[in-house]
Design a protein around this ligand. Structure first.
Ligand SMILES: NC(=[NH2+])NCCC[C@H](N)C(=O)O
Ligand SMILES: [Mn+2]
Ligand SMILES: [Mn+2]
Length: 400
């Protein structure tokens, strides 16, 4: 017990030192990935727009995080894609007003870069590989996303990819890996998405993303057209699943035989989200501090909260479980890239259902980036008393 206590202290000490370093230097990049060919239903390509419409950028740019408060000098601002020449060929230029030119920003300590949406190529000639639809289109889209995520991470941003279907995680994790080769992966999902083309019941690549990444599955993977650029790089020991409740037989075989750490909804019922989160982070980080890639499928939530998604499964995460998990991941100070996928605005029964799903996505992203339920302040140096001028409104104008 004493040994365990001192181990936990050491663990927390390590966390804290990285926490400070990480939060002082990190800015956020948003990449929209309007893509749906990793499965057969259309509509999920409108996910990035739905998440933006739910107010993502406003929420992040006005967010007062505990981290900002800590250093006392962090200020949010948005720079649109226009300034980032590197992305111009791949991204639709964001044509709305440029809120600030770079040289107008005095103190860009917490920059928020919106790179707009990637412009994917849909190949006309793209026959099925076995029963896998659109293999070349999915391969090409992921290659493009990998390069965009890679550049954003290389530039020092915490990179948020807005999907699109979950096949996009192939490119997003690979691009992240190119600049953070020691990354670990937290997969929050109702599904394991670890079928190989040979075990997949549906053929859909969004149910196979993880098998493309894992070194241990290399000799079980056929050569899928469109993916020759990708070499598996991730070890099974650097992967944890949270929220599983719909696992195919081949996937169960892989999870068990590769000794992958996973927590189903039953585990959350038994142990609670707090213990599950602690065990997950312990598994990934206790030996070494590693950059975290969080791949969050909105269908991890219960369909009553996230109805607008392609493969809903009953009995999912509650709002508080999902937000707690995101908050704890932020608390590590190690979040380096994140995907928020499978929001399909064409599948909600009503407009309210769609808006609820997209707004849940915004809440998860905000919590992952440091929004706390206890609140935080940057606008107050001291508490205004009657007779002093309230400056917060002015300051807001300067910042935004
Ligand atoms: N990213 C997702 N929503 N995946 C759902 C996968 C469903 C099923 N396991 C399949 O392989 O097709
Ligand atoms: Mn899923
Ligand atoms: Mn998924």
């Amino acid at each position: 017990m004493a040994l365990r206590g001192s181990f936990i202290r050491l663990f927390k000490k390590q966390f804290n030192s990285v926490f400070k370093l990480h939060n002082c230097s990190h800015s956020v990049a948003i990449i929209g990935a309007p893509f749906s060919k990793g499965q057969k239903r259309r509509g999920v390509e409108h996910g990035p727009q739905a998440i933006r419409d739910a107010g993502l950028l406003d929420r992040l740019s006005t967010m007062e995080t505990a981290a900002r408060q800590q250093t006392g000098k962090l200020r949010p601002f948005i720079r649109r894609a226009c300034g980032d020449t590197f992305y111009k060929s791949n991204l639709n230029r964001y044509d709305s007003t440029v809120l600030f030119q770079e040289d107008q920003i005095e103190n860009p300590y917490y920059p928020l870069h919106d790179y707009g949406d990637l412009n994917f190529t849909h190949l006309a000639k793209d026959e099925c590989f076995m029963h896998v639809p659109f293999p070349r289109t999915v391969g090409l889209a992921n290659k493009m996303l990998a390069s965009a995520v890679g550049s954003a991470v290389e530039a020092g941003h915490t990179c948020i990819t807005l999907g699109g279907d979950h096949s996009l995680a192939i490119g997003s994790v690979q691009g992240h890996y190119k600049h953070c080769p020691d990354l670990c992966l937290i997969w929050v999902d109702a599904h394991a998405d670890i079928n190989t083309p040979l075990t997949s019941p549906s053929g859909n690549l969004h149910g196979q993303s993880v098998s493309f990444l894992l070194k241990e599955l290399q000799d079980k993977m056929p050569e899928v057209p469109g993916f020759s650029w990708l070499k598996p790089f991730l070890s099974t020991s650097d992967l944890v699943y949270i929220g599983l409740r719909d696992v195919d037989p081949g996937e169960h075989y892989i999870l068990k035989n590769c000794g992958i750490q996973y927590f189903t909804m039953r585990d959350i019922d038994r142990m609670g989200i707090q213990r599950v989160t602690e065990m997950s982070l312990d598994h990934l980080l206790s030996r070494k501090q590693k950059p975290i890639h969080l791949s969050f499928d909105i269908d991890a939530f219960d369909p009553s909260l996230a109805p607008a998604t392609g493969t809903p499964v009953n009995g999912g995460l509650t709002y508080r479980e999902g937000i707690y998990l995101a908050e704890e991941i932020n608390n590590t100070g190690l979040l380096s890239a994140m995907d928020l996928v499978e929001v399909n605005p064409t599948l909600g029964a009503t407009r309210e259902a769609v808006e609820a799903t997209a707004s849940l996505a915004v809440d998860v992203i905000a919590a992952s980036l440091g929004k706390t339920r206890e609140g935080a302040h940057i606008s107050f140096d001291k508490l205004p008393s009657p007779g002093t001028t309230y400056k917060a409104d002015n300051e807001q104008k300067i910042c935004l």
